[in-house]
Design a protein around this ligand. Structure first.
Ligand SMILES: Nc1ncnc2c1ncn2[C@@H]1O[C@H](COP(=O)(O)OP(=O)(O)OP(=O)(O)O)[C@@H](O)[C@H]1O
Length: 294
């Protein structure tokens, strides 16, 4: 399986509002993909569609080659940590593990117990007595104990302090290091994503705005700084994504089509954060910019 998740013309409408519209995207198998976009862009909607909690209004969505809605066998192969990591507050950690074993056919109880032990979480602790960070770690451990082929995480670290976030990310990366699990992780924390993700999907007002491998996207975008000038065709530039000016200087973030031969421009590399912020600053999403997905 070379593609873990694939959508064509996918749309989801709530009453008169489209939460997702004309979304065509794919996540190659084995990647750790970041799903980013501003509040209300449609990230949770996409993840909920991917686990069959929502039904598409239009278009197609395939998860591990199958349609997710109502497919029990498929859901056994998918792990999901929903926003705010909901867990039954009255359950103990041990009871959650028992529940997982009853509900999931691929469940790995020793793995779940081992992870709880490593997190220093006694099995008789009730969920309601756990901190937000501990709860997030428990939710991740339960999702991993399903031994999922695809792991979907909806802002799992949003409420965690920086140390807890780093621990969460380390556990996640350790668990998927073998490359057999594809991860799709939504977050607003671009710095965290830059460290762990090798694939990027940017959603903006219900549309896919940017998609591709992180290395490829970062290398095909550059920041250009030069004397102030009006925007004009620049050799080597396929598109200007963002521009700003001072009295004397113009700064552009561009998608390149080759080297920039004009020596008036100094050319700088961009970070993933620069890239995402530049695309999100664009007024209205048009057609997605496709990076090279390998
Ligand atoms: N159940 C629902 N009923 C009505 N509208 C909804 C529902 N779920 C989501 N929406 C709307 O769909 C749009 C996309 O919401 P979604 O939760 O997918 O965004 P998001 O990118 O996950 O946002 P955030 O970063 O704030 O979590 C928003 O305008 C939201 O108000």
């Amino acid at each position: 399986m070379s593609t873990a998740l694939e959508a064509h013309g996918l749309g989801k409408r709530f009453k008169r509002n489209w939460a997702l519209k004309d979304c065509s995207l794919h996540v190659p198998a084995g990647r750790v993909a970041a799903l980013v976009g501003p509040n209300g862009a449609g990230k949770s909607t996409l993840l909920n569609l991917a686990v069959g909690l929502l039904h598409p209004t239009e278009g197609e969505l395939h998860v591990l080659g199958r349609s997710p809605y109502g497919d029990r066998d498929l859901l056994d192969r998918v792990g999901f940590v929903a926003q705010d990591t909901p867990l039954y507050p009255d359950f103990t950690v041990a009871e959650l593990i028992t529940m997982g074993a009853r509900l999931s056919r691929r469940w790995d109880t020793p793995l779940a117990r081992d992870r709880m032990e490593r997190l220093g979480l006694p099995l008789d602790r009730r969920v309601e007595t756990l901190s937000g960070g501990q709860r997030a770690q428990v939710a991740l451990a339960l999702a991993l104990a399903k031994r999922p082929e695809l792991l979907l995480l909806d802002e799992p670290v949003a409420s965690l302090d920086p140390l807890a976030r780093r621990e969460f990310m380390q556990v996640l990366m350790g668990a998927v290091a073998d490359g057999d699990t594809t991860v799709l992780l939504s977050s607003h924390l671009l710095g965290d994503l830059e460290r762990v993700c090798d694939y990027l999907i940017v959603l903006q007002t219900a549309h896919v705005q940017l998609l591709g491998g992180v290395d490829e996207l970062v290398s095909e975008h550059k920041a250009l700084i030069g004397p102030r000038r009006q925007r004009a065709d620049i050799a080597g530039v396929a598109a200007v994504i963002r521009e700003s000016h001072t009295d004397k200087q113009t700064t552009l973030l561009v998608r390149t089509s080759g080297p920039i031969p004009d020596p008036a421009w100094t050319v700088h590399d961009v970070t993933l954060e620069d890239l995402v912020l530049a695309y999100l600053a664009q007024p209205a999403p048009g057609r997605p910019v496709l990076g090279v997905a390998k």
